[in-house]
Design a protein around this ligand. Structure first.
Ligand code: FES
Length: 148
């Protein structure tokens, strides 16, 4: 069996929703502690619906495919649904990712959450902080070669 599914290859070679939104209502930027890659998600919100979403990533092919799929899955959906999107659901929608690449799909999930939190913060919308746990609390410790 090929390492990557056809859907992964499709979203990697022809990613949807790449770019940025100059008039974004919320922007989420997260880094992946495992590989150091970065993901930025922009959302436009109207009446609690994510009417537009774009992403930029300095990440691998799996991160590109995951974000492409994740943005497709939340576009036109209520914020409440977008908050429920898990990296597992994204990986399943892509017909799977290799186990050692699952962490790449976490980037998209976390960046979407961060963008929604940013939207809430910018608009003074109250929310339950428990909905936005610090992702790094859940990360296992990694050895980094910090130079400072
Ligand atoms: Fe960094 Fe995939 S290896 S996002």
């Amino acid at each position: 069996m090929a390492l990557y599914s056809e859907k992964v290859m499709d979203h990697f070679t022809n990613p949807r929703n790449v770019g940025k939104l100059d008039d974004a209502d919320g922007i989420g930027e997260v880094g992946n502690a495992k590989c150091g890659d970065i993901m930025k998600i922009y959302i436009k919100v109207r009446d609690n619906i994510i009417v537009d979403v774009k992403f930029n990533t300095f990440g691998c092919g799996s991160a590109i495919a995951s974000s492409s799929m994740a943005t497709e899955m939340i576009k036109g959906k209520p914020i409440s649904e977008a908050l429920e999107l898990t990296n597992k659901a994204v990986a399943e929608a892509l017909d799977g990712l290799p186990a050692h690449k699952l962490h790449c799909s976490v980037l998209a999930e976390e960046a979407i959450r961060a963008a929604i939190k940013d939207y809430y913060d910018k608009n003074g919308i109250a929310y339950d902080k428990a909905q936005f746990p610090d992702p790094h609390d859940e990360e296992e410790e990694h050895a980094h070669n910090d130079e400072d």
